[in-house]
Design a protein around this ligand. Structure first.
Ligand code: ATP
Length: 303
């Protein structure tokens, strides 16, 4: 072998170097930098910060774009694994106050992978049928099947958030949900689901600006809900509820990640990296053929 590289080799080396430079803007692993810990009180969180990340908006957007192919390939491996009898799945749980950008995560991050492999569900006020069952009923019905990435836009956690803040259940009832949820999630994890929990935090000022934009733009009226002001009036109560949710339900099998969301680009980068980390950790190869490849080639050639 001569020491010379082909043009293609050189280009891909340059691409690899560029990717490594972009990845180095993370000063810590995203999962570690964003994971909730007991000294983190979200009531004092700087929602405009970018924990663990040193790059700017264009670096962040470039890294998301650069990781898109890997994210997409790993999702396909997961799907292939599910098709071949595997039991694994991933569940991304998104929680956040109005305007925190949950929808943007679904569009810009989850949208990077093949929609055929995604089971997305947004949870609103329970329907009459849902309300006639326990609160986990609709959650269980929406869980990702093996091979899928499930995405919950809001989730069972509403049962310790809006239900608490609006006093929809007595305190002793909603308080019991913390342990119930932990038990439910550990059962889920034991059955092969990797749970990625993301709590997104927008500041009160940024929320005001985002709501004002919705009122200024006819193409955004549809996103505005007058009820959001009622929720906004309880901003502090929600932060209390979020804080206790993090304290009570961040577990080893299903830890919470806290994502400051005033910078939309950072929130999208953060969730891309968390999802990528979860898929990488599955360490999935491609399933082997369950047929005789050579025989099929011969048969195909003869056909
Ligand atoms: P979003 O604000 O997430 O974009 P939206 O304004 O379009 O959503 P929906 O998706 O219809 O509204 O419903 C979201 C609302 O449903 C939120 O106000 C949320 O608090 C409420 N909700 C979700 N789960 C429950 C629950 N278990 N009990 C009561 N209210 C709930």
């Amino acid at each position: 072998m001569s020491g010379r590289h082909s043009k293609h080799d050189l280009e891909s080396t340059r691409d690899d170097d560029a990717l490594r430079d972009l990845e180095k803007k993370w000063t810590d692993s995203p999962a570690r930098a964003l994971r909730w810990h007991k000294d983190l009180d979200v009531r004092g969180l700087d929602c405009n910060s970018a924990p663990g990340y040193d790059g700017d908006k264009s670096d962040g957007e470039e890294l998301v774009a650069a990781h898109a192919d890997e994210l997409s390939e790993l999702q396909e491996r997961l799907f292939a694994d599910g098709r071949s009898g595997g039991t694994r799945s991933v569940l991304l749980i998104l929680q956040g106050l109005d305007t925190a950008g949950k929808g943007g995560i679904v569009r810009h991050v989850v949208g990077l992978v093949d929609p055929q492999g995604v089971m997305h569900r947004a949870f609103g006020v329970p329907t009459a049928e849902e309300a006639s069952h326990g609160y986990l009923w609709r959650i269980r019905n929406a869980l990702p099947r093996p091979g899928y990435i499930g995405v919950f836009d809001r989730s069972h956690y509403e049962q310790v958030l809006v239900v608490r803040v609006d006093g929809l259940e007595p305190e002793e009832t909603w308080r019991a949900h913390y342990d119930e949820i932990n038990a439910f999630e550990s059962e889920l994890a034991a059955a092969g689901t990797t749970i990625v929990k993301v709590a997104m935090f927008v500041s009160k000022d940024e929320q005001k600006a985002r709501l004002a934009e919705r009122l200024d733009r006819p193409d955004k009226y549809w996103k505005y809900n007058p009820g959001d002001l009622k929720t906004r009036a309880r901003f502090g109560d929600y932060l209390d509820a979020y804080q206790e949710m993090l304290e009570r339900t961040s577990t080893d099998v299903a830890p919470w990640h806290v994502v400051p969301a005033d910078k939309k680009w950072f929130a999208r980068l953060a969730v891309t990296e968390l999802l990528l980390g979860a898929l990488r950790a599955l360490d999935l190869g491609w399933p082997p053929a369950d047929f005789d490849v050579e025989e099929q080639k011969t048969l195909l050639a003869e056909s």
